[in-house]
Design a protein around this ligand. Structure first.
Ligand SMILES: Cc1cc2nc3c(=O)[nH]c(=O)nc-3n(C[C@H](O)[C@H](O)[C@H](O)COP(=O)(O)OP(=O)(O)OC[C@H]3O[C@@H](n4cnc5c(N)ncnc54)[C@H](O)[C@@H]3O)c2cc1C
Ligand code: FES
Length: 476
């Protein structure tokens, strides 16, 4: 009997493993079973590996113990919430006679990245090989520790220029925290800012510490600091497997892994003089990209409005896409107002003779209006104009509406005036220049003043970037 203990506090992984093992055993004709092991006591009743509830115990759960067997060797997978439960379950040394896999970096039982474990198990439905799993478990130091809210290495799926100077960067993320619309990422734009310096290579050979910052790193043209970008979309990966046909049972596993490892999209404008965005445009699919995030405080949409008026200016518009998706899912009526100086500054693919429709929003059946200052796409004029017309014509029903915006500062300042005039709540993302992105450098401050309080400076990266426009001192 070979026993593997998979220890994780993450319900997502528990569920995924239960699913994965069910698929595996179906394909291999193995017998499977599951048990619930609450508080360290193995409950006697057996549950199906697919069962997610135990009516007798009034709990909703995936099984904690799954076993597979067909002759020898047999495998048991214990999926446990924490080390305490593990200790209760292992009164005798040798209980776990082969592998302890810890999928949670906070304990030092050994660590394996969950995605890697799943990939290893899924690989061509090969019989699970104890040696392989053992070596994966031993290979601890080589695997970056995924943290739920901070730094991760994403896999670039696509980095395409879809219209002039505008790129869509799609990244497969691993297990990261779901971003709230309006939150941002600090992206390492240079594919290898340090690795290519001889100083770093020398250092990397000698020990595993990061090199000191001086000389080459600071004098070079490399964008050493990360650059902030908003999340434009986030969801299950749409990646297709080339190795399996769609009806192959392996496809289920691929889909499962895709579901476990969602992808996120950043839409960015490559600035002609910008070292960061120019370096970012060089990433190709298959590259690893280092990202910190999601960071900051995104939009708040509780209490839920009946109608959401989304106002985007230029490259400020992409985060409104994620917001629109979330609001539509919550049953909110969404109206989008998009503006830019000229057509080439609108970060969307347009359609129609007057280029007044955005392809993506048409697919989402989203009511939207496009404006440009010079009339090269949609209506001529500032985006605040159609918004003001809408607010005027719906004056009586604005109580359950709310404005969400992102764009250039003058546009946001004008919105603040409209929000005041029509007494409608309005939140806006302030996209100031940032260095650290998490509150350490104080390079992103802005002046705010809440009603009845003194004016003060605040850090946009931690208290924002979403702010109630009426608290921001636009002309300070
Ligand atoms: C929270 C947040 C979210 C953002 N989201 C996106 C996004 O989704 N897509 C996107 O394309 N850009 C976004 N930006 C702006 C993006 O961070 C900058 O375009 C990028 O850092 C420029 O880097 P660079 O090295 O290419 O140019 P830099 O050399 O840093 O700058 C080149 C020129 O652009 C100006 N500039 C740089 N950053 C800003 C800024 N934040 N506001 C106004 N002018 C600036 C500089 O003054 C300079 O003139 C966001 C910024 C913030 C703070
Ligand atoms: S970017 Fe460093 S404090 Fe905000």
């Amino acid at each position: 009997m070979t026993t593997a203990i998979v220890k994780t506090a993450r319900p997502q992984l528990r569920f995924a493993l239960a699913e994965l093992l069910s698929i595996y055993s179906d394909a291999k004709g193995l017998q499977t079973g599951g048990k619930l092991c609450h508080g360290g006591a193995e409950l006697s009743e057996r549950v199906s590996t697919r069962a997610r509830t135990s009516r007798e115990h009034g709990v909703y759960s995936e099984p904690d113990l799954i076993w597979l067997h067909k002759g020898r060797p047999s495998w048991k997978f214990y999926i446990l919430p924490d080390a305490q439960v593990l200790r209760k379950l292992t009164p005798k040394p040798g209980f776990a006679d082969s592998v302890i896999i810890c999928a949670d970096p906070s304990d030092n039982l050994g660590f394996i990245e969950p995605a890697r474990l799943l990939e290893a198990l899924a690989e061509g439905f090969a019989p699970i090989d104890s040696l392989k799993v053992r070596s994966l478990a031993r290979d601890v130091s080589a695997i970056p520790v995924p943290r739920l809210d901070s730094q991760f290495d994403g896999l670039v799926l696509e980095n395409n220029q879809f219209i002039k100077d505008h790129h869509s960067l799609r990244v497969r993320t691993g297990l990261v925290q779901r971003p709230t619309p309006g939150q941002f990422l600090q992206v390492m734009c240079d594919p290898a800012p340090h690795a290519q310096s001889p100083r770093y290579r020398r250092h990397a050979r000698s020990d595993r510490h990061w090199p000191k910052l001086s000389g080459l790193e600071l004098l070079g043209q490399r964008p050493f600091l990360r650059r902030p970008f908003s999340v434009a979309s986030y969801g299950p990966s749409s990646r297709r497997s080339t190795s399996y046909g769609s009806d192959h049972p392996g496809m289920d596993v691929v889909r499962l892994i895709n579901w476990m490892e969602p992808e996120l999209e950043v839409v960015y404008r490559r600035l002609p003089e910008g070292p960061g965005t120019s370096a970012l445009a060089k990433y190709a699919s298959g590259d690893k990209i280092n990202i910190v995030g999601p960071l900051g405080k995104g939009f708040t949409f509780f209490p839920k409005p009946k109608v959401a008026l989304l106002v985007g200016g230029g490259i400020g518009a992409p985060p409104l896409n994620l917001l629109a998706e979330e609001l539509l899912n919550c049953g909110v009526e969404v109206r989008m107002f998009l503006g830019a100086v000229t057509r080439s500054r609108l970060p969307f693919e347009l359609r129609g003779v007057r280029k007044d429709k955005v392809k993506m929003f048409e697919r989402m059946r989203l009511n939207h209006i496009v404006c440009t200052d010079d009339g090269s796409a949609g209506r001529r004029g500032l985006v605040t104009q159609p918004l003001a017309e809408y607010l005027e014509s719906h004056r009586d029903s604005l109580r359950s509406s709310r404005i969400f915006a992102c764009g250039p500062r003058p546009m946001l300042a004008a919105l603040s005036g409209l929000a005041d005039h029509y007494n409608i709540p309005c939140e806006a993302l302030l996209e100031e220049r940032m260095a650290c992105g998490f509150g350490a450098c104080i390079s992103c401050v802005c002046a705010v003043k809440a009603p009845g309080q003194k004016a003060r400076f605040t850090r946009i990266c931690t208290e924002g970037p979403a702010f109630d426009v009426r608290t921001v001192m636009w002309h300070a």
